[in-house]
Design a protein around this ligand. Structure first.
Ligand code: FES
Length: 143
């Protein structure tokens, strides 16, 4: 027999499914790649117009992103977006990773409500910033 709490949880999930895909709910509730990389090769941190901040750390080997992690103080959809952005980025070479767009993240998540699409843009921009920081360090000979 289910408890009142379990019934409440099911009700909430049913409501969420009306708005979000299963993938978006999964990445929002169980985000992948959360945390920092201590010896990261690239780092990006951006505060979006909504006031939420995302940080992304990347580890690079042979011009390929071999690890990516993120943190955010933002909403569930920003967690889902950071999770998807880092998942998509891993294994990509830098040129491919630089082309990861808001739309790629939205596609990966099975879409987001229009009012949350900017969360995917924040993740795409932060990822790009982390790659740029690596390239800048490389150019200046500090990597
Ligand atoms: Fe700000 Fe989602 S509302 S990143």
């Amino acid at each position: 027999m289910s408890t009142a709490w379990e019934e409440f949880e099911e009700l909430i999930k049913a409501k969420m499914r009306e708005v979000y895909s299963e993938t978006a709910i999964d990445h929002g509730m169980n985000p992948r790649n959360v945390g920092e990389i201590q010896d990261a090769d690239g780092f990006g941190k951006i505060t979006g117009p909504c006031g939420d901040t995302m940080s992304i750390w990347i580890k690079i080997k042979d011009n390929t992103i071999i690890d990516a992690k993120f943190t955010t103080d933002g909403c569930g959809t920003s967690r889902a977006s950071g999770s998807m952005a880092t998942e998509i980025a891993k294994g990509k070479d830098l040129a491919e990773a630089q082309r990861i767009s808001r739309q790629d993240i939205l596609d990966g998540l099975g879409g987001l409500p229009e009012e949350s699409e900017h969360c995917a843009l924040l993740a795409a921009n932060t990822l790009n910033e982390s790659i740029k920081s690596f390239l800048t360090r490389q150019k200046s000979g500090n990597s």
